[in-house]
Design a protein around this ligand. Structure first.
Ligand SMILES: NC(=O)c1ccc[n+]([C@@H]2O[C@H](COP(=O)([O-])OP(=O)(O)OC[C@H]3O[C@@H](n4cnc5c(N)ncnc54)[C@H](O)[C@@H]3O)[C@@H](O)[C@H]2O)c1
Length: 285
């Protein structure tokens, strides 16, 4: 359903890979809400083809760019302003990747070159794109920039590894640049801390199925889906949130405020079943 929340707005969406991607849903919703957009992803991801189909369907130009390359990012902002016909009103940073996780290096055995890469791709790319946009004066007055984060920035989650450090940095960049860009140009910068979501990046996390189920059982509203995350992005890109900036906004069904829920407790208790004696008494071992 469209409320024309983004009517007449121009946007750039980074990170749509396939129809499970959060950025994919955001791109679809933004166009539905009346925006015109460009899409961008790595040259490899663009060649894989799926995102080309999305670009054609949404009538959006697809600009290949490695988000760690300042030159590539400069091209994204120059070209986007050309094809969209003016300054940019909103940007989504939906990029994450840890080569340490991919190579199954544990947090106490990190490869530091790979750690640099994790931080560069997943966090510093956010700084790079904002700095490029600001130097080009590419953002419209009151524009909105959003990146996607995860609660592992604040609390420790088994298997999230060096991505936790990347997310902490990402959220810090939103605050530090949010101050400067807000003061000088009224540009808002926020992060959305999203529930675990079954996507290509998400499923790379060790024990992801268990994490997803646990979060769902803990959250009074259940996990937030990618489509619901897209809805939240629409509000943040719109003029309805003109004074919201430098925030990390939880979009997680309430998970981040929970300690223990009845559903999670029931599930936890079931794990003791195998440790009962013949009279049904739990043996804690
Ligand atoms: N899936 C989850 O559980 C979850 C939860 C909270 C936050 N997030 C965050 O949401 C964002 C989007 O991830 P997703 O879950 O939709 O998965 P996804 O795999 O669909 O998206 C990740 C994207 O990052 C892109 N990318 C990787 N390296 C890049 C580079 N060098 N330059 C440009 N793009 C690059 C990939 O091509 C891909 O499109 C990420 O920041 C992720 O950490 C995901």
């Amino acid at each position: 359903m469209s409320n024309n929340l983004l009517k007449g707005k121009r946007g750039i969406v980074f990170g749509a890979l396939n129809d499970m991607s959060i950025a994919w849903k955001v791109a679809e919703r933004a166009v539905e809400e009346g925006a015109i957009i460009t899409l961008t992803n790595t040259p490899v991801a663009c060649r894989m083809g799926t995102v080309t189909e999305l670009a054609e369907r949404l009538n959006a130009e697809l600009i290949p760019a490695d988000a760690t390359s300042v030159e590539d990012l400069q091209q994204v902002f120059v070209r986007s302003q050309e094809v969209l016909g003016g300054k940019i009103d909103f940007v989504l940073h939906s990029i994450g990747m840890s080569p340490n996780v991919r190579k199954r290096r544990t947090y106490d055995d990190l490869d530091y070159n790979l750690l640099s890469s994790t931080l560069d791709v997943s966090a510093i790319s956010f700084h790079k794109m904002i700095q490029v946009a600001k130097k080009q004066d590419a953002m419209a007055e009151g524009a909105s920039i959003v990146a996607l984060s995860y609660v592992a920035a604040q609390r420790t989650f088994y298997g999230y590894n060096d991505m936790a450090d990347a997310k902490s940095l990402l959220e810090s960049i939103a605050r530090s640049f949010g101050y400067i860009y807000g003061r000088e140009k009224g540009v808002r910068i926020n992060t959305i801390s999203q529930s675990p979501t079954m996507t290509t990046a998400g499923s790379g996390v060790k024990g992801f199925d268990g994490l997803l189920d646990f979060a769902d059982k803990m959250s009074p509203l259940g996990n937030a889906s990618a489509a619901e995350c897209a809805d939240y992005c629409m509000v943040l890109f719109s003029d309805l949130t003109r004074k919201v900036t430098m925030q990390n906004l939880y979009h997680d069904g309430g998970f981040s405020s929970m300690g223990m829920s009845l559903r999670a407790m029931n599930q936890y208790n079931k794990s003791f079943d195998e440790f009962k004696d013949e009279n049904g008494n739990i043996i804690y071992g």
